[in-house]
Design a protein around this ligand. Structure first.
Ligand code: FMN
Ligand code: SF4
Length: 509
C-alpha cells in the first residue's frame, strides 16, 4: 500500500511540475507546491520515522486517523450523540444546566424521550392536592452538633470539592462569587485556600491527605501542621472543615495534580516543586486508627474555633465503615457530617482502573451510610452530604429520599461555567478556561458573566426541587422519603426506593 501511496504523490508532483513548466500560473504553482510537500511527508513517514508502524504502512493517509481521533469527542458530541446519550453527562442534562445558568427557556415540547417502560426508569408520584411551590420550606440545613461553637446554616445544594489547580483561577473566582450571590457554600478542594477562593462566598475548607494549606513537608513526607491549618481554618469565610479520605473517581489513590497544571503560583500555595506531578498519598499520616481519627477530628474542630467538621469518602469496605460509625457512637464523639461520594464521581485526573472499577456507586453507598447511622442512633447528629452526578432536581430529590441532608455538585457547576464536556481536564487544554492553567485559555472565562450563571443554576435547581415537592403534595423538602421515589425493576414491576435500598428481600437485578 505504501508504494501505491508514494507513487500517487510522486506522479502528482511530476504532473504538476510538467503543467507548471508549460502553463505557469498561480494555480499550477500551488498544486505543485502542495503535492511536493505531501511527497516529502510521505517519504518521511514511510522510510525515515520508525516509531509509528501505521504511518510506515500508510504514509500521510494514516495522519487523518489521528486528526479524527483527536477530534472524536467533538465529532461525537456535535454530530452523533442524541439527547439521552453522551457520557458521563448526557446532552439533555447538560442542556438543562446551560439553560438554568443562562435563565433561558427550560421547557421541552411534545413529551418525554425516556422509555417509561424500560428497566431502571425512575419517577416520583404526585398528589391530587399539590401545594404552593412558593411556600415550600426546607431548602436550608444546619450543620454542627453540640460540640460546635459555630454552627453553619447551609443551602441543601453546595459546590462540591474542586481545587485551584484542577480548576483555573477564573473558574474558582466565578464559583466563589456565585456562591456569595446565591448564599451557598463552595468547597475548596484539597489544594488549599488561594486568594481566588476569598471572594466573599462561604467556604468548606477541605483537607486532603497531602495537607495542602494545612501542613508541610518533613523529610519528604507531607504532615499536618496545627498552626498552618489554624491560620486557614479560622478565616471568617471558612464555615466548615472537611477531612477527605477518598473521592469516588479514585478511592484509595489520593489526588493527582498533573505536572503541566502545577504552575509556580499553585506550587507556592501547596508548598511543592512547580511543574512536577503532585500525588497526594492514599491515606492520612496524622492518624492510623478510629480512635486516632476521632481525636484528630476533635483537634481540628478546636483549632478552627468550633466549626463543624466532616469527613468525605466513597464507600469501600462496608464492615470498615460500620466499625467506624460504631466507634463514633461508643466514643460519643463524631464528625458533624459525612460526605458520601459515589464511584461515578468526577475528577480532574485519575487512573482509569480507579475511575472505572473502584468504589461503591452513590445510591448503595449513601443508603448504607444512612442505614448504619440509624442503627447506631447517630442519624440526627451526623448530617449526610451526597455527591455523584446530581444534575437536575429529580437527582436531588432522589438523594434526599435516600437519606442525604444536602447535595454536593461538582460537574454541574462546571457546566454552569461553560464546560462543554470536552474531557481534557487533565491535559491543561480545556477550551473554555474552566480546567486549565494556560493563561490564554483562562482568559476565555469571564468571571463577571459566569458568576451569575453559577448562582442562577443553583437558584433555579432549588426552585425546581420545590416544584417537585409541591407536586408531591408536601410542604417541606425535609418530608421527602424513600417511599416517594419509584423504579421499574427487571421484571417490569414498579418498586419504591425504600424496598430496593432498605429491605434486603427486594433485589432489582
Ligand atoms: C475537576 C474536579 C476536581 C475535583 N477535585 C476534588 C478534590 O480536590 N477533592 C475532592 O474530594 N473531590 C474532588 N472532586 C470530586 C467532586 O468533589 C465530587 O465529589 C464528584 O465529582 C461527584 O460530584 P459530581 O458528580 O457532581 O461531579 C473533583 C471533581 C472534579 C470534576
Ligand atoms: S470543557 Fe472539557 S476540559 Fe474543560 S472543564 Fe469541561 S470537560 Fe474539562
Amino acid at each position: 500500500m505504501r508504494n501505491t501511496i508514494l507513487a500517487v504523490f510522486i506522479i502528482a508532483t511530476v504532473s504538476f511540475g510538467v503543467l507548471t513548466y508549460f502553463f505557469l500560473n498561480g494555480t499550477t504553482v500551488s498544486f505543485l507546491t502542495i503535492s511536493f510537500f505531501l511527497t516529502c511527508i510521505a517519504i518521511y513517514d514511510a522510510f525515515i520515522q520508525k516509531k509509528h508502524s501505521l504511518l510506515r504502512a500508510f504514509p500521510v493517509v494514516a495522519r487523518l486517523r489521528w486528526v479524527f481521533e483527536e477530534e472524536r469527542e467533538k465529532i461525537q458530541q456535535y454530530f452523533i450523540e442524541d439527547d439521552l446519550s453522551g457520557t458521563p453527562i448526557n446532552r439533555e442534562k447538560r442542556s438543562l444546566v446551560y439553560q438554568r445558568a443562562k435563565t433561558e427557556i427550560e421547557t421541552v415540547p411534545f413529551g418525554t424521550q425516556h422509555n417509561v417502560y424500560a428497566k431502571g426508569y425512575e419517577f416520583i408520584k404526585h398528589s391530587l392536592f399539590p401545594t404552593d411551590h412558593h411556600h415550600i420550606a426546607g431548602d436550608r440545613v444546619v450543620f454542627g452538633s453540640d460540640k460546635c461553637a459555630q454552627k453553619y446554616n447551609a443551602s441543601i445544594i453546595n459546590i462540591s470539592a474542586m481545587s485551584f489547580g484542577s480548576l483555573s483561577k477564573n473558574a474558582v473566582m466565578a464559583l466563589n462569587q456565585g456562591a456569595k450571590m446565591g448564599g451557598f457554600a463552595h468547597n475548596t478542594g484539597e489544594g488549599g485556600i488561594s486568594s481566588y477562593h476569598l471572594q466573599g462566598g462561604d467556604l468548606i475548607f477541605q483537607v486532603g491527605t497531602g495537607y495542602f494549606g494545612a501542613g508541610k513537608t518533613v523529610d519528604g513526607k507531607r504532615v499536618f501542621d496545627d498552626e498552618i491549618f489554624k491560620q486557614n481554618a479560622i478565616r471568617p469565610e471558612v464555615k466548615m472543615i472537611e477531612i477527605k479520605f477518598s473521592q469516588g473517581a479514585k478511592p484509595g489513590h489520593g489526588g493527582i495534580l498533573p505536572a503541566k497544571k502545577n504552575t509556580e503560583e499553585i506550587a507556592k500555595i501547596r508548598s511543592v516543586d512547580p511543574f512536577t506531578r503532585v500525588d497526594s498519598p492514599p491515606g492520612h499520616s496524622a492518624f492510623s486508627s478510629f480512635e486516632g481519627m476521632i481525636s484528630f477530628l476533635q483537634k481540628v474542630r478546636d483549632l478552627s474555633g468550633g466549626k463543624p467538621v466532616g469527613i468525605k469518602f466513597c464507600v469501600g469496605n462496608n464492615e470498615e465503615i460500620e466499625e467506624m460509625i460504631k466507634a463514633f457512637a461508643e466514643a460519643n464523639n463524631y464528625p458533624d457530617f459525612i460526605a458520601v461520594d459515589g464511584g461515578e464521581g468526577g475528577t480532574g485526573s485519575a487512573p482509569i482502573e480507579f475511575t472505572n472499577y473502584v468504589g461503591t456507586p452513590l445510591l448503595e453507598g449513601l443508603s448504607f451510610v444512612n442505614k448504619t447511622l440509624l442503627k447506631y442512633n447517630l442519624k440526627d447528629k451526623i448530617k449526610i452530604i451526597a455527591s455523584g452526578k446530581a444534575i437536575d432536581a429529580f437527582d436531588v430529590v432522589k438523594f434526599l429520599a435516600l437519606g442525604a441532608d444536602a447535595i454536593g455538585m461538582a460537574r454541574s457547576f462546571m457546566l454552569s461555567l461553560g464546560c462543554i464536556q470536552a474531557r481534557e481536564c487533565n491535559l491543561d487544554t480545556c477550551p473554555v478556561g474552566v480546567a486549565t492553567q494556560d493563561e490564554d485559555l483562562v482568559e476565555a472565562l469571564v468571571v463577571e458573566y459566569k458568576n451569575v450563571r453559577v448562582k442562577n443554576y443553583h437558584d433555579k435547581t432549588i426552585g425546581a426541587v420545590k416544584e417537585l415537592v409541591s407536586a408531591m403534595g408536601k410542604n417541606s423538602i425535609k418530608e421527602i422519603k424513600a417511599t416517594d421515589v419509584f423504579r421499574r425493576n427487571k421484571g417490569g414491576e414498579i418498586t419504591s426506593l425504600d424496598k430496593i435500598y432498605y429491605s434486603e428481600e427486594v433485589l432489582i437485578s
